[in-house]
Design a protein around this ligand. Structure first.
Ligand SMILES: [Zn+2]
Length: 506
């Protein structure tokens, strides 16, 4: 295993939304991209099944905790399967093997004297499951995320000291400039580290929260979110029991949304450092998906985009392509059913129509066989060489958010180049002139070969479409490797005109 990619684990108090779909698709695109480069990848995603929010949802449902968690977790797992996501491990924090490692880590940190018990009075937002400072609240004294006034609570809890590690973390970020990407989020974390860090509350009394992992050193408490959820990244690798742990962890990559920057880039590296483990190799941070026109998505506004609805309407690949192609770096990105349909039509016009036209032409005028490339001229070769060089360049880059976006852009560009080539060479005119037979065949060959390169390059983004394109070109057992050598399509191969890749949608 050369690389380890993780998504956050998702809360079960709601249904999977477009943001969950995006992060998990992104991880899958990165995995497939690396596999095409010949690297093996272990990819984990999953669900966070503890904490007060999940507990409230269970209490409001008529199901047992176990059945509720299983049903909700399956919603996520099934969606990810439907999205064509090839995860290797599906985390469920309710699994005994995870809980065991959480308890071992807590005991280790406790034994090192890094955990203290103290009384705490504070304002607690149940939505955030966090104590809030007055300065965190809005002008009405409410949580800015939940618009609810936090409750004054006084209780004894266990705390993990963060402040002794603050300078170490600042130095680490400065000496590892690519640790957090994009860079603006690293600057944001450095900003958070300008003032002293409060002790991190790591427990909840069982009287209030029963859905969690019991503290190994005090059975009246469960551990609070981060010492449970964040540990999934290493419990998945069977930390403490796996002799290869360090080797895998050295090449680990977290994908996170900007809302969980602080726990992943402050709490988590400090927890790991206290355990004698290095931080994750890369933390890739993305912004939010918001509605068209920059409006926040919500059920009440009716602009929430349900990934299941999109799959049923436009198919998986159009959704995958849109989300990767339209995520802007270092900002929020817009999505709506209309925007997704525009993205779908773009793919249909660019790649879908090109494929159908050239296949039909091959079927009608060339007995359905890949023609001879013999009469190819410099212009034909230039098109193929340019496309090949562009894809080779993208696939030679390091895998990150910028690269996945560039991959999508390069597909569109190669489609545009091939469409322009096809229009300029007018093969339908050449087809009618027996003297131009050689040129006609060369133009069709060039277009089919360009289509093969495009189909191959698309694989991480649109695996099902890639399979259809390559099958239509008579390639029965395609090899998904980032090898863009040209002239691989064999003369005489039988092509297959199937259904359109992106059929007309209202
Ligand atoms: Zn809140």
């Amino acid at each position: 295993m050369e690389k380890y990619i993780t998504t956050p684990i998702y809360y079960l108090n709601g249904l999977p939304h477009i943001g969950h779909a995006y992060t998990t698709i992104l991880g899958d695109v990165m995995k497939k991209f690396e596999q095409m480069r010949g690297n093996s990848v272990y990819y984990s995603t999953g669900t966070d099944e503890h904490g007060q929010k999940n507990q409230h949802s269970i209490e409001e449902s008529s199901l047992s905790a176990e059945d509720f968690l299983k049903e909700r977790s399956d919603n996520f797992k099934n969606l990810f399967v439907d999205l064509g996501i090839d995860f290797d491990y599906f985390v469920r924090t309710s699994k005994p093997e995870h809980k065991k490692i959480v308890r071992e880590i807590l005991q280790d940190i406790y034994d090192r004297g890094l955990i203290v018990k103290k009384s705490y009075e504070g304002l607690y937002c149940e939505g955030c499951e966090q104590f809030k400072k007055k300065s965190d609240l809005d002008e009405n004294g409410c949580c800015p995320d939940h618009k609810v006034a936090p409750k004054a609570i006084s209780e004894e809890n266990y705390f993990f000291k963060l402040e002794p590690y603050r300078q170490w973390l600042i130095d680490y970020i400065k000496s590892h400039p690519d640790w957090i990407e994009p860079q603006n989020y690293a600057n944001e974390v450095l900003g958070m580290l300008k003032s002293p860090l409060d002790d991190l509350c790591i427990s909840r009394p069982k009287s209030r929260v029963w859905l969690g992992v019991e503290l190994p050193f005090d059975s009246d408490y469960v551990t609070y979110i981060w010492f449970d959820a964040l540990v999934n990244y290493i419990s998945t690798l069977n930390f403490g029991h796996n002799p290869d742990f360090n080797k895998i962890w050295e090449n680990s990559h977290h994908l996170i949304g900007k809302d969980i920057l602080k726990p992943h880039c402050i709490y988590w590296p400090i927890m790991l450092h206290a355990l004698g483990i290095n931080p994750v190799k890369h933390c890739f941070v993305h912004g939010y998906w918001i509605g068209e026109g920059g409006v926040k998505m919500s059920k009440s506004l009716g602009n929430a985009v349900d990934p299941v609805e999109v799959i049923n309407m436009l198919g998986v690949d159009a959704l995958r392509f849109y989300l990767i192609n339209n995520m802007t770096l270092s900002g929020d990105s817009q999505v709506s059913i209309d925007l997704l349909k525009q993205g779908y039509r773009m793919l249909a016009n660019n790649i879908g129509n090109l494929q159908m036209r050239v296949l039909k032409m091959t079927q009608k005028s060339l007995e359905g066989k890949v023609p001879s490339p013999l009469a190819m001229n410099d212009g034909d070769k230039k098109l193929l060489n340019d496309i090949s060089a562009m894809f080779s360049r993208v696939y030679s880059r390091d895998m990150d958010l910028e690269t996945t976006g560039e991959l999508a852009a390069s597909i569109i560009k190669a489609g545009d180049m091939t469409n322009a080539y096809f229009a300029a060479n007018e093969p339908w005119v050449l087809a009618k002139n027996p003297d131009q037979r050689g040129r006609f065949e060369a133009v069709v060959y060039t277009t089919l070969e360009a289509l093969r390169l495009i189909g191959l390059a698309m694989y991480p983004l649109t695996p099902a479409t890639t399979a259809k394109i390559l099958q239509s070109l008579g390639i029965e057992s395609p090899v998904f490797k980032a090898d863009f050598t040209i002239m691989k399509l064999k003369e005489g191969t039988l092509i297959k005109v199937g259904d359109p890749l992106f059929p007309f949608v209202e």
